[in-house]
Design a protein around this ligand. Sequence first.
Ligand SMILES: C[S@@+](CC[C@H](N)C(=O)[O-])C[C@H]1O[C@@H](n2cnc3c(N)ncnc32)[C@H](O)[C@@H]1O
Length: 342
Amino acid sequence: MPRKKICFMTATQKEFHEDLNRAWQWREERGVFRQLEACRVFHGAGEGRGPLQFWAVDRFQDHYWITQWEDSKNTVSIFEELTRFCVSKNARSVVGLGRPEQGVPALPKILHGQPPEERFLAREVGGSYLIQMMGARHPGLFMDHSPLRAWLKDRAQGWRVLNTFAYTGSLSVTCGNAGAAHVTTLDLSKSTVAWAQENWIANQLPEDRGRFISGDVFEWLPRLKREKQMYDCVILDPPSFSRGSRGSRGSRGKKSNFSTAKDLEKLHALALELVERGGVLVTSINSANVTWDAYQAQVLGAAQKLGVQLEVLERIDQPDTFPTLLSRPQERYLKGWILRVI
Ligand SMILES: C[S@@+](CC[C@H](N)C(=O)[O-])C[C@H]1O[C@@H](n2cnc3c(N)ncnc32)[C@H](O)[C@@H]1O
């Protein structure tokens, strides 16, 4: 029944266009595109109906990055529809990447135009950040931390900051640009620490105000304590799961593993030892399956061990460009607090 099929496609396409245009217009009315060169243009989990709920579109200047989260039907045609939408918004290039539920995704594919071969700067909150469209599985900037960058931008002046799980160091750059006295950037991956260092230099931040460490937090937090380092602000932003470095945590040459489900208390206890009384602990996780209550219990367990109180300054939640549906709480993955240690 080809006629019926055409009608169905038309209805679906109509919904796609409505959803995408609604998301675009909502941002346009709020000046998002005017203010930021890097932003989420469409967050399907909250803004898309049907198959579009598994898709997102990000924009970096005039270059667009489409992400698909699950193997859904009509993948090819949805990539085509989303590309058409980006081109209608004057995209110079579009790339697309599928993230399978398990395993490492393939590198992004070019869907339109010629994306820059080299990293380029996009202005966002608190600084400009180097974006990579080709040859990386992530463009290098997490836009869901935009509100955290805004918070740090207004407060980090004069602070000594330790940014752990730093990735490409966007939060370090924000603090540096805000006038932090010194920022230490720590991440397990050598290549992202090098990227963080490039970000620091691209923002013309002085070398002597930054320290860059590639290593495992479970090895380095005790080491920084032995160095007698203390900070006005420590940032923790662990992934749900990671394989640590060889030899860390006294593991006799075996790789150490980290998971937000079991290691949060230990991690927070190590971090709290490095925060000056009156200073700030930023803690954030990206784990839909760790509940707020379970997370809070682990952070409180660490505070009790150290005999400190934690005053809530802010709650970290998904920004309004990453909306979710009330009926799908599993999509609210971003959680955290900005806490004063007293
Ligand atoms: C979710 S990303 C952090 C994003 C970052 N805070 C930002 O705003 O751009 C997690 C990072 O943790 C790093 N990582 C994972 N396990 C680690 C470990 N055991 N020690 C240090 N860094 C680790 C990864 O290399 C990755 O860059």
